[in-house]
Structures are given as structure tokens and as C-alpha cells.
Design a protein around this ligand. Structure first.
Ligand code: F6P
Length: 493
């Protein structure tokens, strides 16, 4: 597939001119969905450009996604994360519900003391089996939590020891989360956790293990009793799996009601994309903006800044969602793509980032679309004055990037016309966070559909995994290049 046709006759007009030409631009390019304001007015999108988008490839792919049909042809699968929130084939939705019920039953059992006095969960998983639960618990579970949740992902003994040190083995359950139940890091860390429980004198260490997986037979073979295996569907991709049993630590720490609201928030966005006209479909509009900058105008990166400490893990969560989905070089038809398929995503938190990386955003030579994510309402813990300043800083940055300021002194001159999107949540609660995450999922899907790529496979990570195994085998190691062999030698491996 060649580049989407809306790029063909696109002419970049300065943002100031776009505002002058359309005094109601701030309304025309701002949308409300699930108590979230999405403001695209400071991007180079126009209603006219949105009207020229041929949404046919997206609409066709979306119908298949919503119906639970195959949308991941390279693996011959549907992508059924939507079934977790009630959309898809009747069978898949029913299965997802029964598996949620199983997860809730386990949460109930823990709460009534079936495992003794439990105070903590060590959740072991990596990538999509860790980033989602980490984001949810960090964003929504900062206060009054009955259970301490530690997420252990890295195969680094330092990370392992630090996670153990923060928990009491006598009162901790270990959840091993792996869709495939074959991931080297996760299995290695699971063994370490068993050793930790044993050393602490826990009578039945295996009795403390819970598995969350799409391969229950492997979890049982590992030694975990079937009653403590929480299955989810093979058709739910890792980076789309926080809605499934992968969200177990969040369901336990935040409560099952909160988990239900999270699903409800996501379902609002599923309903929105199913019904909205293309010009009013918020994830599709965001995807058009992403394609405009990455493919049309050559912006290599896109930055996301969370102006709320509770959302500090959002950029890293989105990095996997976007880059593992859309970092592709072949089209669905197996042809080379004819341009970049996704910007490189990076980011941080405001206002910290203002004092670290914003210099380049304001005066560097890169075209770099920025996204601000903020929350109108302060939490009970946030001091009103701090919150006010935080938000004002956020809005000032978007305005400064766009407006710039001219000066005779080139060192003190700001070119302006730098695009940004602002996503403003009315409040940060499970419903809104669910909607926000689902918005990003649908945006990623829309970008892929318009570019004709498959967002649901990730063969790119396989070569590295294979070579990590080969490098540990003396026979295959000798076939590695001289630079790599010299490094192994230097490290004494
Ligand atoms: O290596 C990439 C990946 O397959 C991700 O897609 C996935 O989220 C992660 O590894 C973890 O995989 P698993 O849940 O099977 O352990």
C-alpha cells in the first residue's frame, strides 16, 4: 500500500494562519470522549484535511476487529482484547466473562484469607505482562492499599533482590504472568522467587504461586495447581492484555469494582469508534495526525509528557503499545513499506522534563510533535496550589511551542509553529484511565490500518531472543562476529 492519499496534496500552513483562518478552530478540533478532552487545535490538522481522509481501509479493518474476526493474518488470529470489555464474537465475550469471574473468585479467596494473612503480591512478568499492571497500580493505587504490589520484570539480580527486599515472604503471593509461559526472564525470576520463599521457610512454596497465562498446561507443568491458574485467550496480544487476567494485581490492589470500571471506560471508546463518523472518530483523528507528522512531514519521534505524577508510567507503557505494534517494514501484503510506519515514542513527566529536554523542543531544529496528558481535578493528596501551577505550566508549554517569539538575537529567538496535542482528563479514575488506554490502542490500530500494516504481530523481537540462546551455547557462540566474541571474553563469560 502506498502512503495515504490525504498526504498527497497536504501543504503545511503555519498554526497562526490556521487559527486566523478559522476563529473557531479551538472548537472544531477539540473533541470530548469519556470525560476526556482531546485538543488537536495546535496541530496542523484541519477539518478540511480530515474530510479528505479515505477511511475505507480503517473502517474495513475495524469491522473485523469489532466482530472478533482475523485481523492478525501473519499469525492467523483475531485480536480479542475487545472481548475482555464486551465486544466481539458471542463465544469470546462469554469466555472472557467466565475468566474474569475466575479471577474475581481468586481475589475473593485471598480477601477472605484462604492463603493466610496476605499483605503483598510479587507480580513477575515482562513487556505486556508487566507494563499494564504496573501502570494501573501506580496510577490508581497510590493510597490506602491493602496489598503491596511489586512488579518484577528484568533479568537482573539487582532488580530481583530489590523486589524481594520490599516484600515479606511469609505473607506474599507470587503471580507469574506470561502469555506463553516460555519467556526466559520470567521463568528465571519465577525460579528465584521459589528459592526466596523456600529460604524463608515457607512451608509450601508452590502453594503460593499463581499463574496468569494463555498456556495453562505449561503453568501446570511448572508445578502450579490448576485452581490457581488464571487463563486468558491466545488471541489477546501481550501489549493489549491488561484487560484480561494479566490485570490481576490491579483487580486485587484496587478492587474488582475498580477493575470493572476500567473495562467500562474502555468499552465507551470501543462504542465510540464503532459509531462515530470518520471526521469525529477521536482515535482515527489522532492516527491521521501521527501519519501526517511521521510519514508526511518526516518527524522521526513523538513525545508524550504526563503532567501528573500518577501517570508517570504512561510513556513507557505507550512505547510498547505503539512501537511493538507499528514498528514494521512490510505491508500486510508482504511488500516493503514506502515510508516510516510509526514515530519513535519517548517522553517523561512535566514539569521535570521542562528543565531537562524542552530546550530542544523549543529551539532545536527537529520537527517533533508533542503530546501533553494532564488531569483537571486534583487528587485528595495533591495540594491545590501545586496542582494549579502544574496545569498552568502544561498549557503554557503548548502555547509557547506554537506561538514562539521572534528576536533579532538568534539565541533568544523561538521559531514557534511547533505542534502539540493536549489530552485533558476531567479526573483520574478507573473509568477515565480505561478510556485513555483504549483510545491509544484504537489510535495505534487506526494508524496501522491506514498504512496497511499488521499491528498485532511482533516477529522483530524473535531474532534477539534466538541469538540470546545461541550466544550461551559454546558451539553456536563461535559463529558470532569478532566484536561480539571479544565482548563476551572481556566480560569473562
Ligand atoms: O518479546 C516480546 C514479547 O513477546 C511481548 O510481546 C510480550 O508482551 C512479552 O514478550 C512477554 O511475553 P510473555 O507474556 O509470553 O511472557
Amino acid at each position: 500500500m502506498s502512503s495515504p492519499s490525504f498526504l498527497a496534496d497536504f501543504r503545511r500552513e503555519p498554526l497562526a494562519d490556521l487559527f486566523a483562518a478559522d476563529p473557531a478552530r479551538a472548537e472544531h478540533l477539540a473533541f470530548d470522549l469519556a470525560d476526556i478532552r482531546f485538543d488537536f487545535a495546535k496541530t496542523h490538522l484541519t477539518p478540511e484535511l480530515l474530510g479528505r481522509v479515505d477511511a475505507t481501509p480503517y473502517s474495513e479493518a475495524l469491522s473485523r476487529l469489532l466482530a472478533g474476526e482475523v485481523v492478525n493474518p501473519t499469525e492467523g488470529r483475531a485480536a480479542e482484547h475487545l472481548a475482555e470489555r464486551g465486544t466481539g464474537s458471542a463465544d469470546s465475550v462469554a469466555l472472557a466473562r467466565s475468566r474474569h469471574a475466575r479471577m474475581r473468585a481468586l481475589v475473593d479467596a485471598i480477601e477472605v484469607g484462604a492463603f493466610g494473612d496476605i499483605t503483598g503480591i510479587l507480580h513477575i512478568g515482562i513487556g505486556g505482562s508487566a507494563l499494564g499492571p504496573a501502570l494501573l497500580v501506580d496510577a490508581l493505587g497510590r493510597t490506602e492499599r491493602q496489598y503491596k504490589v511489586e512488579i518484577l520484570s528484568n533479568i537482573d539480580g539487582q532488580a530481583v533482590d530489590e523486589a524481594f527486599a520490599r516484600l515479606d515472604p511469609a505473607t506474599t503471593l507470587v503471580a507469574i504472568a506470561s502469555k506463553t509461559f516460555t519467556t526466559a526472564e520470567t521463568l528465571r525470576n519465577a525460579d528465584a522467587a521459589l528459592g526466596w520463599l523456600e529460604e524463608a521457610g515457607v512451608e509450601d512454596p508452590y502453594g503460593r504461586l499463581i499463574a496468569i497465562t494463555a498456556a495453562p498446561e505449561r503453568a501446570v507443568a511448572f508445578g502450579i495447581d490448576e485452581t490457581r491458574v488464571l487463563p486468558f485467550a491466545e488471541s489477546v496480544g501481550g501489549r493489549y492484555s491488561l484487560w484480561s487476567a494479566i490485570g490481576f494485581p490491579a483487580a486485587l490492589a484496587l478492587g474488582v469494582e475498580a477493575f470493572d470500571q476500567l473495562l467500562e471506560g474502555a468499552a465507551l471508546v470501543d462504542a465510540h469508534v464503532a459509531e462515530a463518523a470518520p471526521q469525529a472518530n477521536v482515535p482515527l483523528i489522532a492516527a491521521v495526525s501521527d501519519i501526517l507528522y511521521a510519514r508526511g512531514l518526516g518527524a522521526e519521534t513523538r513525545a508524550i509528557f504526563a503532567y501528573d505524577e500518577r501517570l508517570r508510567l504512561l510513556p513507557s507503557y505507550l512505547q510498547q503499545l505503539v512501537m511493538e505494534s507499528n514498528g514494521k517494514s512490510a505491508t500486510l501484503a508482504g511488500q516493503p513499506v514506502d515510508g516510516p510506519t510509526s514515530a519513535i515514542l519517548w517522553g517523561g513527566t512535566g514539569t521535570d522534563a521542562q528543565h531537562a529536554v524542552f530546550q530542544l523542543l523549543h529551539q532545536g531544529t527537529h520537527l517533533l510533535p508533542v503530546e501533553f496528558v494532564a488531569v483537571s481535578a486534583q487528587s485528595d493528596e495533591q495540594d491545590p496550589d501545586h496542582h494549579r501551577e502544574l496545569l498552568l505550566n502544561c498549557f503554557a508549554q503548548g502555547a509557547a511551542l506554537m506561538t514562539g517569539r521572534s528576536s533579532d538575537d538568534p539565541h533568544r529567538s523561538y521559531a514557534g509553529d511547533r505542534p502539540s496535542t493536549t489530552i485533558l482528563l476531567d479526573d483520574l479514575d478507573p473509568l477515565t484511565l480505561g478510556a485513555l488506554i483504549a483510545f491509544y490502542e484504537h489510535r495505534t490500530f487506526a494508524e496501522a490500518a491506514l498504512l496497511g500494516i499488521n499491528p498485532f504481530d511482533q516477529f522483530g523481537v524473535e531474532l534477539g531472543k534466538e541469538m540470546a540462546r545461541a550466544i550461551d551455547d559454546p558451539e553456536t557462540r563461535s559463529r558470532f562476529d569478532p566484536s561480539t566474541r571479544a565482548l563476551i571474553e572481556r566480560a569473562g563469560l
